[in-house]
Write a protein that binds this ligand. Structure first.
Ligand code: TYD
Ligand code: MG
Length: 459
């Protein structure tokens, strides 16, 4: 068998070269050459192989003849995680858990394995980042009895990991992380696109043969800049995204791709001293904690397919900078810029010379157009220094809706569910597209002085 060689393939035009270069000689694109391993006899090489003369044609069958596989599920023992996965881990599937460093990926996967061990499943934890002693320290913090029973290896060499998988044949295996495993045949550094693709591809090949479910842990930087996990998204069955801010307590897990379930689910967790805890009453907490001060409003958001009430806060103050500052946490910056522009043009709240800060309380991230109205109301409330509460001054005003560029309020998905969630906590009024067609009319209702002691005082 010829020895393995590495070649460089352009990710744009697929031209192959023996040596790396900054620019592809085929298409002229920069930084597109990615290292790949070629083992001629293994048949893994792609491209222009002559067809095997022995290959016999396959007989296509109609889909009706195909037996529908009912997927058995392995429960991770973490309700929110099982829910996001569509009922648990499908045996033999490949999952990718992406998230910023320190968010809790190792903690979540360790907890899942501990529960699987307790349920009598064969597992394996491969750590290419931490020593076995460090993993043990983490496991000790968790209040899960079986955490110390998880079989672990601390290994960065891909071949060793594959050999271990073949011998141990676990039902569920965690690879922490895919960027730190290293394929010795390749000269590029661990974590480079070529390495990550090779590592994931090899693990998938072995895992599918053994019917091992693999959870690949991958780091993404805040803006998702690191190419590593991104190139894996088409390869894996399921992509979970772990979001939130490291310094804050709340984190969300959501599926952005799921071949065995919907991508509508999201789970909310809280990082405590003894691991991640599921937060089942998130709405209740956020409503109770809402400040009801000027600049605060409650947003009826949808996390996955579940309604969630969160507090959106804004601060508006005179700026000494040109251009003034726009600081946004938990929302899309560009979306907030758009809302501020609409607010200035159609809501009569000009912010040209003011710094504006907008934040979703609790470190949550809300990525949906339904948050527009909440941003507009919070900023308007902060700018006018008028608190938005119900007529009794007790409950915060809640809202949802998308803003159009002409100042209209647009309908968003799951309106009924959002209203029901707000009603559950007795929030009234709820400003939403069903009751108001424009931003102007929503603002007018929010700031009506009638029966509003603070508003009257401020006016
Ligand atoms: P970790 O799971 O190591 O994050 P990741 O693998 O995504 O990089 O843990 C993240 C942080 O959580 C770490 O700074 C320590 C903290 N933590 C707790 O607060 N409580 C706990 O029980 C554990 C295990 C970690
Ligand atoms: Mg980790």
């Amino acid at each position: 068998m010829a020895p393995a060689t590495t070649i460089y393939v352009c990710s744009s035009c697929a031209r192959e070269s023996a040596r790396w270069a900054g620019r592809c000689s085929g298409c002229g694109e920069w930084n597109t050459l990615i290292e790949e391993v070629r083992t001629p006899a293994s048949g893994r090489a792609r491209g222009h192989r002559p067809r095997r003369p022995t290959a016999s044609p396959a007989r296509p069958v109609s889909l009706a003849e195909v037996a529908a596989a009912e997927h058995e599920r392995l429960s991770t023992g973490i309700g929110e995680l099982d829910n996001v996965l569509g009922g648990g881990i499908v045996p033999g599937s490949l999952l990718l858990i992406g998230g910023a460093p320190g968010i809790g990926k190792s903690t979540l996967t360790t907890m899942a394995l501990a529960n699987l061990v307790a349920a009598g499943r064969r597992t394996l934890y491969v750590s290419a980042e931490e020593s076995a002693a460090q993993i043990r320290l983490r496991a000790q913090r968790l209040t899960l009895g079986a955490a110390l029973q998880i079989p672990v290896i601390a290994e960065t060499d891909l071949e060793t990991v594959l050999a271990t998988l073949e011998r141990e044949r676990p039902e569920v295996c965690v690879i922490d992380s895919v960027q730190t495993l290293h394929c010795a045949e390749m000269s590029s550094a661990p974590g480079s696109v070529g390495q990550v693709r090779q590592v994931a591809g090899e693990i998938m090949r072995v895992a599918k043969a053994l019917r091992t479910a693999v959870l690949l842990v991958g780091h993404v930087t805040k803006d998702g800049a690191l190419a590593g996990p991104r190139v894996l998204e088409h390869l894996v069955d399921c992509v979970l995204q772990f979001e939130g801010e490291r310094e804050r307590t709340y984190r969300t897990v959501r599926a952005t791709k799921n071949r065995f379930g919907s991508t509508n689910e999201a789970g909310v967790f809280e990082m405590r001293d003894h691991g991640l805890v599921e937060v089942l009453d998130a709405s209740a907490r956020f409503v109770a904690d809402a400040t009801r001060a000027p600049g605060s409003v409650v947003l009826c958001a949808i996390e996955g397919s579940r309604p969630l009430l969160v507090e959106v806060q804004a601060l508006v103050c005179a700026s000494e900078l040109v251009p003034p500052r726009r600081v946004v946490a938990g929302l899309d910056r560009n979306r907030v810029a758009l809302v501020l522009a609409v607010l200035g043009r159609h809501g009569g709240v000009g912010l040209g010379a003011a710094d504006v800060f907008v934040n979703v309380v609790g470190g949550l991230r809300v990525d949906e157009p339904g948050a527009d109205l909440a941003v507009a109301l919070a900023v308007a409330s902060a700018a006018k220094r008028i608190a938005l509460t119900d007529s009794g001054g007790q409950k915060p005003v809640s809202c949802f809706g998308e803003l159009g560029l002409t100042g209209e309020l647009r309908t968003v998905a799951h309106g009924e569910r959002r209203l029901r969630e707000a009603a559950k906590f007795g929030l009234d009024p709820v400003l939403e597209p069903g009751g108001h067609r424009t931003l102007r009319s929503a603002l007018a209702t929010a700031f009506t002085a009638t029966g509003r002691p603070q508003a009257r005082a401020a006016a």
